[in-house]
Design a protein around this ligand. Structure first.
Ligand code: CP
Length: 303
């Protein structure tokens, strides 16, 4: 494949804000195709080398990318910052350039800082897939969330989706907001004042908890303690009482409502232990759906 900057742009996935509804739909449709396949491996990427470069911890995203890549027959290189020369002070750019110079065909990358990924994508000549950057975007998480909602409700248009919790630090909230609105879904936020992102209020209103629970999909977010500069969470119990999806609140949800969470979960903080596997919860289905979504994304990157 001859790589040009326009083909790189088409093959990379940096965020959903820049993708059209048609492009997102085509990824979701392709994921449905991959989900329908019964064989474990379809080696369409057997001559491709993919590096999974995680500069921040991950369980779901990292392993579902690896599962997706291996199901498509790709050769997978796993890079963990803690066991690399990053520990000796090597920059992220030099690390990515190093792997590129060794011949990788695509890179999946998770980064702590905002804004670095767009710069990296300009400077390297392999497609990059955003596996979560700062609080900017987590496009494959939102794609699997959309896939889960579309699968349950049939379509996204007109859906009422409430995103509840630590909006300020959430790349999941941002990617879902940008994508859901392209399909005509109605997004509302609910968060304590200290965890709101005021710049997003022009795109979706902040509403009280009672109003947020009047939705078709209730998406709970993890309180991201590792990103809290100062003690934003005064008391886990108080947070649970005011903003948690408690057993009592879950019991009041009409039967058609689905409960979502990108995970990892702080059980008994933003969501009660027993609600995680509630009949209306789709949390583990979200994780399952992450594999066909990432198969579709890797296929798009490399075919
Ligand atoms: N949802 C998500 O991104 O989980 P990980 O941090 O485990 O990848």
């Amino acid at each position: 494949m001859t790589i040009t900057s326009s083909s790189l742009k088409e093959h990379s996935l940096l965020g959903l804000k820049e993708l059209s509804a048609a492009e997102i739909s085509s990824i979701l449709d392709r994921a449905a195709y991959w989900e329908s396949r019964t064989e474990k491996k379809t080696p369409i990427l057997k001559d491709c080398f993919v590096a999974n470069m995680f500069f921040e911890n991950s369980t779901r995203t990292r392993f579902s990318f690896e599962m997706a890549e291996k199901r498509l027959g790709a050769e997978v290189l796993n890079f963990a910052a803690a066991a690399s020369s990053v520990e000796k002070g090597e920059s992220i750019y030099d690390t990515v350039r190093t792997l590129e110079s060794m011949g990788i065909d695509a890179g999946v990358i998770r980064l702590k800082p905002n804004g670095l990924l767009a710069d990296l994508a300009q400077r390297v000549s392999v497609p990059l897939i955003n596996a979560g950057d700062g609080n900017n975007e987590h496009p494959t998480q939102a794609l699997l969330d959309l896939y889960t909602m579309r699968k349950h409700f049939g379509e996204l248009k007109g859906l009422k989706v409430s995103i509840i919790g630590d909006i300020k630090h959430s790349r999941v909230a941002r990617s879902n907001l940008w994508a859901l609105q392209k399909f005509g879904a109605e997004v509302k936020f609910c968060a304590p004042p200290s965890m709101q992102a005021p710049e997003l209020a022009v795109h979706a209103p902040y509403v009280p908890m009672e109003e947020a629970l009047c939705a078709d999909a209730v998406m709970m977010l993890r309180v991201q303690l590792e990103r809290h500069a100062e003690g934003l969470l005064k008391s886990a119990d108080q947070y649970r009482q005011e903003y948690g999806l408690t057993e009592e609140r879950a019991a009041l949800l009409p039967p058609h409502v689905i409960i979502m969470h990108p995970a990892p979960v702080n059980r008994n903080v933003e969501i009660d232990d027993l609600v995680v596997e509630h009949a209306q919860s789709r949390i583990f289905q979200q994780m399952s759906n992450g594999v066909p979504i990432r198969m579709a994304v890797m296929e798009r990157a490399l075919k």
